[in-house]
Design a protein around this ligand. Structure first.
Ligand code: PGA
Ligand code: ZN
Length: 419
């Protein structure tokens, strides 16, 4: 049973406060979890509670969410069985009482939800991925490594937010990390040689002063080739334009490029990129409120490209159902803090898998040293994770945890590449 719940305010990778909670069980097992935070958030995400007091942390303090954990939430979950994750999560959801978890804060609720699972795993003397996923949790995900950052994650004029590489040709996860890292360093050298700065953005990818996606993709493609890998075989390219960020009044407004595209022109542009580069996956190709565009793109490209709904689904099983029923997207990005509890996250993953939608476990642009999502990716066996570039400890912490999990699984583990 849960004997102590305690939260504190710590810092995330962007220097903003976030919630970290400890959950202690009667046998002394202690789980700890810290909550991430997005920058290009979907409009329908669970609400992270921030203080709004401009005199402290520029309004971004989370002392109210911390107080919610140490007060109301602790009172409600103390004495409950930590193994009954659904009960803990449902208790917090009911206690909050709002539709978007905004009263107590999704940041408060998620910290306790994840810390509870970690404490229960310890009490069972099991690693988190096995406690959550069972003995069948053995699949190491293909990482989507975000080596060029733009959009809301960098101060460059790139309209698209993320340019990622997926080392599908690797035999193991550790090898995938090595391959990605090699390309990352090749890219750094070629950007420098071209006169670009090699500073990194929020997710650890380079943020060169290039304007259009085509130019960024040329750099990525050349870096793959120059490292000695075969694009389309050893390594695939994945995009997250984060299109909700630049869709205004019915048009896609490419501010960096200095031009606008209609919905059809935007779709044609994406299809053109897919035809010229080995792009296997596009996340948020269309804006969250451009459902007609989503349907059109899925109809023409859904058979050959993974179309991942991030903002449009917000890890919400009901929104996902709209996509399944409405025939848009064929995959979902799963971010634990978009929905706010582990139980709901697992339900969304389940619904996606049942409908034949692929699942990508994901970090946020604001992260901490917490590596829970690495374990969750293995637990649910989704086969894909996106957790940033090959620099910055907030990103590499997840890759490092997956390296450890792969080592622990040994011969029983398998890498999801080569599909
Ligand atoms: P965010 O970005 O965490 O800033 O929302 C990640 C994404 O769009 O996938
Ligand atoms: Zn996204």
């Amino acid at each position: 049973a849960i004997s102590r719940v305690w939260a504190r305010q710590i810092l995330d990778s962007r220097g903003n406060p976030t919630v970290e909670a400890d959950v202690v069980l009667a046998d002394g097992s202690t789980g700890r979890a810290a909550v991430p935070s997005g920058a290009s958030t979907g409009a329908n995400e669970a609400v992270e509670l921030r203080d709004g007091d401009r005199a402290r942390f520029h309004g971004k303090g989370v002392s109210r969410a911390v107080a919610a954990v140490n007060g109301e939430i602790a009172d409600a979950v103390l004495g409950l069985d930590a193994e009954d994750q659904a009960l803990i999560d449902e208790t917090m959801i009911a206690l909050d009482g709002s539709k978007d978890k905004g009263r107590l804060g999704a940041n408060a609720i998620l910290a306790v939800s994840l810390a509870t699972a970690k404490a229960a795993a310890l009490a069972h003397r099991q690693p988190l991925y096995r406690y959550v996923g069972g003995v069948g949790a053995r699949l190491l995900p293909v990482p989507m490594m975000n080596i060029i950052n733009g959009g809301a994650h960098a101060d460059n004029p790139l309209d698209f937010q993320e340019f990622m590489i997926a080392p599908v040709g690797a035999q193991t996860f550790a090898e995938a990390v090595r391959m990605g890292t090699e390309v990352f360093h090749t890219l750094k050298a070629s950007l420098a040689a071209a006169g670009h700065n090699t500073n990194v953005g929020d997710e650890g990818g380079f943020a060169p002063n290039v304007t259009d996606a085509d130019e960024a993709l040329r750099f990525v493609l050349r870096a793959i080739e120059d490292t000695g890998y075969q694009p389309g075989v050893d390594m695939l390219i994945c995009l997250d334009p984060a299109s909700s960020e630049f869709f205004h009044a019915g048009v896609y407004d490419y501010v960096g490029e200095g031009r606008q595209r209609t919905v059809d022109e935007h779709i044609d542009y994406l299809l053109d990129l897919v035809s010229r580069y080995p792009i296997s996956s596009i996340e948020d190709p269309m804006a969250e409120d451009d459902i007609a565009g989503w349907k059109r793109l899925t109809a023409v490209a859904g058979e050959r490209v993974q179309l991942v709904g991030d903002d449009v689904f917000c890890t919400d099983v009901d929104r996902l159902r709209d996509g399944i029923d409405g025939g848009y997207a064929n995959a979902i990005l799963v971010k634990v803090n978009q929905i706010g509890t582990l139980t709901e996250t697992l339900a969304t993953v389940d619904a996606a898998h049942k409908a034949g939608y692929r699942v990508v476990m994901s970090h946020r642009s604001g992260e901490t040293e917490d590596t829970t999502i690495a374990d969750l990716a293995v637990a649910v066996g989704c086969g894909q994770i996106k957790t940033g570039s090959l620099s910055r400890s907030d990103r590499t912490a997840k890759y490092n945890q997956l390296i450890r999990i792969e080592e622990e699984l040994g011969e029983r583990g398998s890498y999801a590449g080569g599909r």
